[in-house]
Design a protein. Structure first.
Length: 465
């Protein structure tokens, strides 16, 4: 409840106000003079002041002015028995929120106190909202000025102190690793370990032993026991990168860890318990994997407690100039080259690029430019963009392009990557004569994955002859 400071030199009135406002549920502090009142104000968090204008020593008007110098936001209600209109006006000009003329009823005082506290509460809420709207969220080593990335960082700040499981989504190269580390560094687990596991980099037959450890003799070559990544991450954070590539048998064990925070080592019988926070990341559409039956639905919902989707760089071009400056500064510092910045023409070139490789691609291009530049400014000649990107899996986009002569084509201005991919799928179907199995092979997709994409496009999945 709000805390009220009452300053009144008449003991009976002071006690009466104290008792009645306390009965209303407020916390009260009392003072018989202005000097004591100011000391209380410095030591306690006060939400409202009720003061008499006629006080010994420093009078009530001087006290009012001193309160406003201490904290102008605190509402002050003044009481006076010498209530000429001029006295009340003078108090209001000095910053009083309202005034009460003695004698007054206690109900009148309670009503005015309640009103001023409500107004004060609304003002504080509005001020907090304005500060939140105007605030720029910043995290070490993360460059994010665009509105979309500011939304991501605002979410990170809200959920980092919790133990909730996080699922990071986004294309390869958008910075999921950086966001995962920010979640750890701003959590109460910051003094614990941050253990990253790249589920794609570990062979399928070794992933289970890497995650959960193994006992001596569990398999050929297991000459001693070894703790897994979850044990090593106890009291910290486990970052499961590329979670969509985890095989089905391991998904079952992961589900148990997420539910009960317990598991057994490979070849062991002892149940181990761990206190870990799980952050997972994927560049796949896990809902499509659910449709295909390659990812467990119960595991998906255990991971997807707080989803954070990181937008691709092409959707947050406002970040490009700041990322460029950040990378130039870093690589200049590492190389010792006397490069001062980048020319407007080169900057324009970077702003107009599509960035299929996202922030990672931009970082590599700036590193290459700094390494090869002979001048003190990066220019267009130093920026060597990869103008013939390949699809994941190594298939060249030119294999599917509809451009005359089979040359590589990029999405025309105003066409999104998703729209462009839809056109490629339609072209593959045309070349396959409508045979979806053949079209899926042309695209390097599974039959179920193609059916899922067609459903998203609103195309019927008619039975093939």
């Amino acid at each position: 409840m709000p805390t009220i400071l009452i300053v009144e030199d008449e003991p009976k009135m002071l006690r009466l106000l104290e008792l009645n406002l306390t009965e209303e549920g407020y916390t009260t502090h009392t003072a018989s003079n202005a000097e004591t009142g100011l000391n209380t104000l410095r030591q306690e968090k006060i939400d409202l002041v009720v003061t008499d204008l006629k006080l010994p020593g420093m009078d009530g008007l001087e006290f009012l002015q001193a309160v406003k110098r201490t904290d102008a936001r605190i509402p002050v209600i003044v009481m006076t028995a010498y209530g000429t209109v001029e006295t009340a006006v003078e108090a209001m000009k000095a910053g009083a929120s309202d005034y009460v003329l003695k004698p007054f009823s206690l109900e009148e005082m309670k009503l005015i106190v309640r009103k001023e506290l409500d107004v004060h509460s609304l003002r504080e809420e509005n001020r907090s909202l304005r500060e939140a709207l105007g605030r720029r969220y910043e995290f070490k080593n993360i460059v994010a000025r665009s509105p979309k990335m500011q939304e991501v960082l605002a979410t990170v700040e809200r959920v980092a102190p919790t133990n909730s499981t996080i699922l990071l989504g986004g294309e390869s190269g958008v910075g999921k690793d950086m966001i995962a580390r920010a979640l750890h560094q701003h959590s109460h687990r910051v003094s614990g370990p941050f253990v990253k596991i790249n589920c794609t980099a570990i062979p399928e037959n070794l992933l289970e032993s890497e995650l959960f450890g193994y006992e001596k003799g569990a398999f050929t070559g297991a000459v001693s026991s070894k703790p897994g990544k979850f044990e090593l991450a106890d009291k910290g954070t486990v970052f499961l990168d590329e979670i969509g590539d985890v095989p089905g048998t391991t998904q079952v064990k992961l589900l148990r860890v997420l539910q009960d925070r317990e598991f057994e080592r490979l070849g062991g019988t002892k149940t181990l318990k761990v206190d870990v926070r799980v952050v997972a990341a994927t560049n796949q559409d896990l809902r499509a994997a659910l449709e295909q039956g390659t990812f467990r639905e119960d595991l998906y919902y255990r991971l997807n407690v707080v989803p954070i989707n990181i937008p691709p760089l092409r959707e947050r071009k406002a970040d490009v100039p700041y990322l460029v400056d950040h990378f130039i500064e870093r690589f200049v510092r590492e190389s010792g080259k006397p490069i001062k910045g980048i020319t407007p023409a080169a900057q324009k070139m970077l702003m107009e690029f599509h960035w299929p490789g996202n922030v990672r691609e931009l970082e590599n291009i700036i590193e290459r430019a700094v390494a090869l530049s002979a001048g003190d400014m990066l220019d267009v000649a130093d920026i060597r963009l990869d103008l013939s990107p390949s699809r994941p899996g190594g298939a060249d986009i030119a294999a599917f392009t509809m451009s005359p002569g089979g040359t590589t084509a990029f999405p025309p201005p105003g066409v999104t990557l998703e729209q462009y991919e839809d056109e490629i799928i339609k072209e593959a179907l045309r070349r396959a004569g409508g045979n979806k199995s053949q079209a899926a092979r042309l695209l390097g997709l599974s039959r179920n994955a193609l059916r899922y994409r067609l459903a998203k496009m609103g195309l019927p999945d008619e039975n093939e002859s």
